[in-house]
Design a protein around this ligand. Structure first.
Ligand code: XMP
Length: 323
């Protein structure tokens, strides 16, 4: 019968059989799936695993620290953190179009991750042969069920390696649904903040700034988002809502009055939604007191923001994210 204990035991044995005395790499995204996959593989092969976290500078407040400190404390994993925020900001400079932003972030992410993989290969040698991925059962079904290998190409600036390196994939969550993954993660000792994390898009805050992404705007949005999350958590609403994107309308300004002066600042949009699977969603009827508290705090505490608005659109027609 299905118990988290059985799943862990089975997968640990399977991972050991697959990897043997070779080494594996796992990319951490800050999300649930990669964290649980990494924790399982760590339990199975310990120091034969190296985790890589690419900090693209588009994470929310505290998320990078969660990976660097809490994940490492809970699992004892080797972690290589690559601070690439400068590189991502440079690549995003002058870009406002949502799809272009997504493409740039995706492309840079792969480049930075591959470079980190090559560095690990250089340090640890050819016995690095496996790549861990947090593929879930629904992903397997969606993509037609194939399992396989990942090809990475070396870059001209990282010398001394073969042109093509092939990794065999380790996918210990392939038979699991999301709630089962959370249960396994909890059993493995991962903290609630990681295991119960709501969905958050890979491109991060980069697609929650309507307009060009700059360091200043990211800082501002990060503060507003942290306030909204803090108040939603304090009100006990984390389980009730699917997620609540907080969006900065960086290309919009409106007139306000704060203190004795007129301001001309940016609006922040709250987009709380309820959903089963993110394919469709309804806007969450949050209590007015909670909305009021978030609005007051954001306009008081975040410079350049003088207005908070609520998105009351279902999906369809609106997507959950604004970009
Ligand atoms: P939309 O905006 O399409 O979002 O209604 C549906 C769900 O997917 C998340 N999302 C993403 N997740 N990479 C991700 O890993 C992405 O590029 C991405 N775009 C949207 C979104 O947060 C919501 O949960």
């Amino acid at each position: 019968s299905w118990t988290t204990g059985n799943v862990i035991e089975e997968q640990v044995a399977a991972i050991r059989a697959q990897v043997g005395d070779k080494r594996a790499i796992c990319g951490l995204s800050g999300g649930v799936d990669s964290a649980v996959a990494a924790a399982l593989v760590q339990k199975a092969i310990g120091s034969q695993l190296t985790c890589v976290y690419v900090d693209h500078g588009l994470m929310r407040k505290g998320e990078t620290e969660q990976v660097e400190k809490d994940f490492v404390a809970a699992t004892g994993a080797n972690l290589k953190v690559v601070d690439a925020s400068e590189r991502f900001l440079n690549a995003l400079a002058g870009v406002s179009d949502p799809e272009t932003k997504r493409k740039i972030i995706g492309r840079e992410f792969i480049r930075v991750f591959e470079q980190a993989q090559l560095e690990i290969l250089r340090e640890d040698g050819p016995e690095v042969a496996f790549l861990v991925q947090g593929t879930l059962y629904p992903d397997v079904v969606e993509s037609g069920g194939g399992t396989g290998t990942a090809n990475i190409k070396s870059h001209h600036n990282v010398g001394g390696l073969p042109d093509d390196i092939e990794f065999e994939l380790v996918e210990p969550l392939r038979q699991l649904f999301k709630d089962e993954v959370r249960a396994v993660g909890a059993e493995l000792g991962l903290p609630d903040e990681i295991v119960q994390r709501q969905p958050f898009p890979g491109p991060g805050l980069g697609i929650r700034i309507v307009g060009e992404v700059t360091r200043d705007r990211l800082d501002l949005l990060r503060e507003a988002d942290a306030i909204a999350r803090e108040e939603l958590t304090a009100a006990g609403l984390d389980r009730e809502i699917w997620q609540c994107p907080v969006v900065l309308l960086a290309d919009v300004r409106s007139v306000g009055v704060q203190g004795d002066g007129r301001t001309y600042g940016h609006p922040i949009v709250l987009r709380p939604v309820s959903s089963e699977d993110a394919m469709t969603a309804d806007w969450s009827r949050l209590p007015y007191e909670v909305l009021g508290k978030i609005s007051t705090r954001i306009t008081n505490e975040v410079r350049d923001v003088n207005r908070v608005v609520l998105d009351v659109t279902s999906k369809p027609p609106g997507t959950i994210e604004w970009e």
